[in-house]
Design a protein around this ligand. Structure first.
Ligand code: CIR
Length: 266
């Protein structure tokens, strides 16, 4: 049986096509609604980039009842060892869990359920050594602690950390570039959570670029962030710029639109 070469080595992803109701997606600040066509275009390009990066893509159908259901990262977590159904911290998103559950039950032998509290997948960063769970307005301590027990059942070590005040999710402000390197905002770096990593700091003014996505050999980065793209390019990463202008209006970036895992059976 082969083991993952590294934390950014994936074989499979799940995505969900946007519904027309995506224009009503949640947002902290109203900077205008995204258009459905715009979101669909960004999602199509994302799916294409995933395929080019060498993963199998399972594309679930749109859900009109759930405007934010395109962001499949939040209602569940997936690992080689199994999946965990979460309890999203936004009332309008709670029932997205039962919508994604059947696909996960089909694809994983082990599917655990978070029993209490609230936790969004956007608050969870899986590194080589531990799973970092960020407390936020969406993930409370009861949810984070219950999640630690679920992770233990999957053989994963975890730690609870803080998300900077006013930041939606822990991963809004960071992503893994490789096993040892984190891309993160200055405000998150200052909190000291990534002291054991090499840290690449997002240029001031491009903070939303921190939600990038390393998949196999490439790093997907929002195309609206030229200084971040240039910085990563110079550092030797194979950058794939992807448009996130429309989904950015509803507080989303690149990790939010997929669940990713390494399957041992490939
Ligand atoms: C929400 O507020 O739930 C969505 N509008 C955005 C979710 C972004 N998800 C993520 O960062 N994992």
């Amino acid at each position: 049986m082969s083991k993952p070469r590294s934390v950014h080595h994936f074989t499979d992803v799940i995505v969900r096509a946007p519904s027309r109701s995506v224009v009503n997606g949640l947002r902290a600040e109203d900077r205008g609604s995204p258009t459905y066509e715009g979101v669909r275009g960004e999602h199509d390009a994302y799916v294409e980039a995933m395929r080019s990066a060498g993963v199998r893509v399972r594309n679930l159908p749109p859900l009109e009842t759930f405007p934010d259901s395109i962001f499949v990262e939040d209602p569940a977590l997936v690992f080689t060892e199994g999946a965990i159904l979460l309890r999203p911290g936004a009332a309008s998103r709670v029932r997205e869990v039962e919508e994604i559950a059947p696909a996960l039950r089909e694809m994983f032998d082990t599917v655990l359920e978070l029993p209490v509290g609230y936790a969004d997948g956007g608050d969870v960063l899986t590194t080589g050594e531990t799973v970092m769970i960020g407390l936020s307005a969406r993930t409370d301590r009861a949810g984070a602690e219950a999640l630690q027990l679920c992770l233990e059942k999957l053989g994963r070590r975890s730690e609870i950390v803080a998300t900077p005040e006013g930041v939606l999710h822990f991963k809004t402000d960071c992503s893994l570039l490789d096993d040892e390197t984190i891309l993160c905002t200055n405000r998150l770096a200052r909190s000291g959570v990534f002291e054991r990593f090499r840290q690449v700091i997002i240029p001031e003014g491009e903070e939303p670029a921190a939600n990038a996505l390393r998949i196999n050999d490439v790093v997907m980065v929002g195309s609206d962030f030229p200084r971040t793209i240039e910085m990563l390019d110079r550092a030797g990463y194979a950058v794939v710029p992807l448009k996130t202008t429309e989904i950015g209006k509803i507080d989303a970036g690149l990790s939010c639109m997929s669940l990713r895992w390494f399957s041992k059976t490939i």
